[in-house]
Write a protein that binds this ligand. Structure first.
Ligand SMILES: Nc1ncnc2c1ncn2[C@@H]1O[C@H](COP(=O)(O)OP(=O)(O)OP(=O)(O)O)[C@@H](O)[C@H]1O
Length: 254
């Protein structure tokens, strides 16, 4: 697998950046609840995210992490409560964000065509394809059918597509869950550079090592509620909730 390029990558200001709000941060969820299939899957989520950095969302299977990401991205609406991106509703904020899933959804076209498609659809500069491919270490795979890439390469292409939209907020749902350590490291490097360049990153993972490497702050969900939210160092040194302590020790039974 080729390594990720080390060239600097700067998020481009978007044309409508003058529109209010100028920034999507801070994010606030207040009393957010969601019932699906008769179960209360999110139950009074209160959360504030400040501008800048990488927030890692952790919690056991079924805690509600993916659903919270979908609500933040405006794909689902809550039954109760509010989500606000600096005053903007989640659905109105969708176009200023990008969401990357565990399994990338790619077009049955070449690597380059996958990027061309997104840049064209978003009115972006199609001359950026080479720069984006270089950025994610896929410069030599431009003509390869996307579906022939390895899992790690497909995920890097998915990240390039996400970055092609110049998202202010990058939401990632276990993007490395099925990748080997080398591929995982490559994804982490791209994500860390996006955060360093000013993209607000919100990253779901069960990988404690990865969370330690990436997180500025950690949000811990349990049974549909945020039960701890703390700077990463505090969270890992002294998790503030018994469920978080048990989770980190591998003792949490759901
Ligand atoms: N469409 C749905 N209908 C009914 N229940 C759902 C639906 N989607 C999710 N759920 C339930 O909501 C709960 C939270 O799901 P979610 O996918 O957010 O969990 P998660 O924290 O991301 O878990 P994991 O770590 O396993 O990915 C789970 O109990 C799940 O079964």
């Amino acid at each position: 697998m080729s390594d990720v390029a080390t060239s600097a990558f700067t998020r481009r200001p978007r044309a409508e950046a003058q529109e209010a709000p100028a920034s999507l941060l801070p994010f606030r969820a207040e009393g957010v609840a969601l019932t699906l299939g008769g179960s209360r899957v999110l139950d009074g989520v209160d959360l504030t995210l400040a501008p800048g950095g990488c927030t890692v969302l952790m919690g056991p299977n079924g805690a509600g992490k993916s659903l919270l990401l979908k609500l933040m991205h405006g794909l689902t609406a809550p039954d109760a409560g509010t989500l606000s991106w600096n005053g903007l509703g989640a659905q109105a904020a969708t176009a200023r964000q990008a969401l990357v899933f565990q399994r990338p959804v790619l077009l049955r076209r070449s690597v380059k065509a996958n990027l061309d498609f997104v840049l064209k659809a978003r009115g972006g500069d199609r001359g950026r394809v080479a720069e984006l491919l270089e950025h994610v270490g896929l410069a030599d795979r431009a003509r390869t059918p996307a579906r022939r890439l390895s899992g790690g390469e497909q995920q890097r292409l998915a990240l390039a597509r996400a970055l092609a939209t110049d998202p202010e907020v990058l939401l990632l749902d276990e993007p490395t869950a099925s990748l080997d350590p080398g591929a995982t490291q490559a994804i982490e490097r791209i994500v860390a550079r996006a955060a360093a360049a000013g993209t607000r990153v919100i990253f779901v993972t069960h990988d404690v090592g990865q969370a330690r490497r990436l997180a500025d702050d950690v949000v811990f969900l349990h049974r549909g509620r945020v039960v701890d939210h703390a700077p990463a160092a505090r969270f890992f040194d002294a998790p503030g909730d018994p469920a978080a302590r048990a989770y980190l020790d591998g003792r949490l039974v759901v």
